[in-house]
Design a protein around this ligand. Sequence first.
Ligand SMILES: [Zn+2]
Length: 214
Amino acid sequence: MDDQSLFNAHSHSVSTQYRTIYQLPLTQNQLVTELFSVGIHPEDATIDSTIKTDYFKNIVSKNCVAIGEIGLDNRITIPMETQETNYIEQLELATKHDLPILLHCVNAWDRCRFLHSIHAPKQVLIYHGFSKASILNQVLAYEQAIISIGGSILSNAALQEALTHIPLKRLLLETDDATVDLIAIYTKVAELKSLSLPTLIEAIQTNANRIFKL
Ligand SMILES: [Zn+2]
């Protein structure tokens, strides 16, 4: 098995080992040669508009394959109105550039989905770092939603059970900012879904190629 066949849908570090969508930091220019996503996290919703404008220039790069991580977070102190303005602006960018969205969503699924349905209804909405098993059915009920799972699958029993109900076609895997190895996530997911590792790898590759138009 070739490591490059493992696809990492979202990571904050550059990888030479796995095919990865790197989360481009606000201060970085497009000099990266790997695939990347461009997005202003709700935590950063109040940044200066000139930084924003410069950062968004990276979207035209052919390596920019997603807008994200963007969304709404009910756990942080940034006012929800500011977060929504930031989210909507970037949903519109995703529509303009025809790119999928990497969604950061904390206790705000209904609102994230609603605003997506207004401002970017045609763009795939990837719920990244999904771990809240109790809302799985609501997320799956939204046609445009894809579920991306990370390191919490190794220890979250409710998520492990929920995974068995996620159609393979709607699944991506990621490391995000965790130190966990991608192969450990793939191995666990293959075991829980009773698939061979090569079958899982191929299915995720197919999904990634379709969703990110690779
Ligand atoms: Zn992240």
